[in-house]
Structure formats: structure tokens, C-alpha cells
Design a protein. Sequence first.
Length: 444
Amino acid sequence: MSARKRDSLPPGMQAGMFEQPRRADLAPSDAPLAARMRPRSLEEFVGQTAIVGPDAPLRLLIERDEVPSIILWGPPGTGKTTLASVIAERTDRHFERISAVSAGVADLRKAAAEARERRRLSGRRTILFIDEIHRFSRSQQDVILPHVEDGTVSLIGATTENPSFYVVAPLLSRARVFRLELLDHDALAAIVRRALEDPERGLGGSARIEDDALQTLIAAAAGDARSALNIVELAAGLAPEVDEQRVIAREHIEAAAQQRTLLYDRQGDAHYDTVSAFIKSMRGSDVDASLYWLARMLEAGEDPLFVVRRMVILAAEDVGLADPHALPLAVACQQAVHFLGMPEAALPMAETVVYLARAPKSNSAYAAYNRAKADVERTRNEPVPMHLRNAVTGLMRGMGYGAGYQYAHDFEGHVPPDQAHRPPSAEGNRYYEPGALGDEARPR
């Protein structure tokens, strides 16, 4: 490139503008083990076989160099950033990384301008990787859209949150979403063993891990490769040397891991997924599962009043009239939680969860209300029948208010034999169908 042409470029696009940013495989020797061991190729990438295994959809797109704009959605430590970097390396594209935590509109426009100039001058395409894209506002995401649409950049967005809720529809429609899952036992074991043995980037055989320690490590990492490598690196520092090799035992893993952090965001997917599992377990009368999800939420710091509100709803919606005691018990639990606070509030909550899970189930009242609501929508402007109206003035009596009303207590069984209680257009439609379980099944 001539000096004149270089000097005409925008600031920041002159010296070294087309140099690839430092890759993960070039991490300095004193970088954390997780950074040093970041995979450099598809062959080194472990796990996520559903999307990058042999003949998997994303793998085929990468190998054909036909990678579209994509959104990588998954929990922390599952390989989103690594996979984006590997894609750029495999397809020989410039890798421009932006964090939505710290970047703004100016950074996005600058990256797009550089990508356009790079393509014009060298023909090299650009992958714009946006980490935590869910943190960008709608207006910030809108800035990216035209550059994705005209091919200036190929977007790879990484998010731990459901992109259906956090990525604007126009951008989402131009990208393919790939879901990354928590890494399983075998994948984590392979990653840890490779880190212990790798002579260049890992620990080079200077440490080994006992089998029960490996199982403890995998449980503590909870599907997160970064967490697993951070723990094993610290544990290796705690382990004593035996025959010139550090031996990592279970107690070293436990000391390094301390307390496993539960994957739970009170505003995100884990929040809604977990409470959904909790409700479905109680609805399915699985006592132990119900208690498990209750403990998951409370131990992760969920607001106990949020949890107990869901229990009150379930008592009315799913237990219903099969056990009419369930609803007042759930309301009493709410009062106990409010009165006690955590951690003691867990006790009445556990008691109520067991009761609700074991109770017979009926959604007859819920279904009946929905049928009645449908009739209300259909007959919204239907007037109240005259005989059901209160005649509180002489004028109203003269107009026929209350005329012909049959007072229930004047009749046998306290039921008027032939009085209509709905508008004519809704009369005769049946909403309530008794359930076949518990109290509801008893004859009345």
C-alpha cells in the first residue's frame, strides 16, 4: 500500500490495520491455563458434536467456507468465543472482537469501516465477533444490521441468553442460531487431561490427577471448561510433589473449587427454565424433583417470595378443587416466608412443596374459567338480564329492574328451578366439568 493511500485512511486504520489480532494459541506463557489451552482448530475443539462434529451443520459450513452470520447461544465456558476464533482461522478471515459490555456505537461503526476498507484493498473478509451481544441495546444492534446485510462483515454473536428475547428480529432473521450445551463428563475429562499433558501450553506432565479427584473436578466445573481448567491449575499449585510430579488429590480440588457457583441468573434463561422445571415437577407429582428444583433456586439466591407465588398459582391452577386445602396452605406458606425470611423460610416452603406435589391434581376450575372467558369475549356487550339487576330506586323498579327474580332460599334445595343467570347468548354453555380425583370426585 502506498504511503499516500495509507495516510488517506481514517485514524486507526494505518499502521498494522490488517494484522490479525493476537490469537488464543499465542497467549503468553504466564497467561492462565484456560487461555493457553484455548483450541486453535476444529480438530482441537472438544464437545458440541451436534453442531461441529463430523457432518454436523456448522462443521460443513465451516469446511465449505460458507459460514453465514450466526448467533452462538449457550452457558459460560462452552466454547462460544473459541469457536468464533476457530471459524475465523479456518476460513482465513480477519477476526474483529468487540465486547458488548464496553463497546458503543462508535466502536461498531469503526469496525465496519475498517472491514469495508480491508475488503476493498486486500479482498480479505471480516468476522465481527460480538461477545455478550444480548447486552447491546436495540439501537446498537440496529447499527450492525446494514453491514451484515450488505456483506461488509459476517457477524458472530455470542450470548448466554435466549436470542429470541435479546436480539432484534431483523438481525435474528439474518443469522442462524446454534445452541451450545454444557460440556459432558467425557468432554471435560478430555480437556483436563490434555491440559495436564500438553508440553507447550499445558502443564507438560508436571502434574497428574487421581481418578476420584477428576470426578470431583468435573462435578465442580458443572459443564464449564474454563472453570475446570481454572480449578485444576490452582489445585496443581496446592498439590505436593511425589517422584518429581505433583499429584492432585480430591482434597486439592475441593480446596481450589471451594463452593461451586450455580448457573443461575435471576433475570435470564436459567431463572425461567428452573422455575418451569419446578412447576412441572410439582404438577407431575414428583416430590423429589420438586424439592430438588426448590433447593436449586433457593441456594442460588432466588427471591423466596417469587418461588412461593408460583406455588400459590399451582395450588389454584393444578391442584385446584381436587384438594381445596392446597390453596389456603400455599397462602399460609407465603405468610410464613414473609414472616421468617431465609434461611428458615426454606422449611415451610419444603413442607408445602411436598404437600402440593403429593396432592391429587385437577385443572377443572382453570379450564372452566377459560371457557367462561371465551364466552365473555364473544358476548362482551351483552346487557345484564333485567331480573338480575338491583332495583334500588323507584325509577329502576318502574323500568323492570329485578322483575321476576327468584330468591334462591325460597325454593327447595335453595336452587331456583328455572331461572337464567346469564345473557341469552351465553345461557346453556357449560364451563365447569368436575375432575375425577380427590375431593372433586366425591358426590355432592
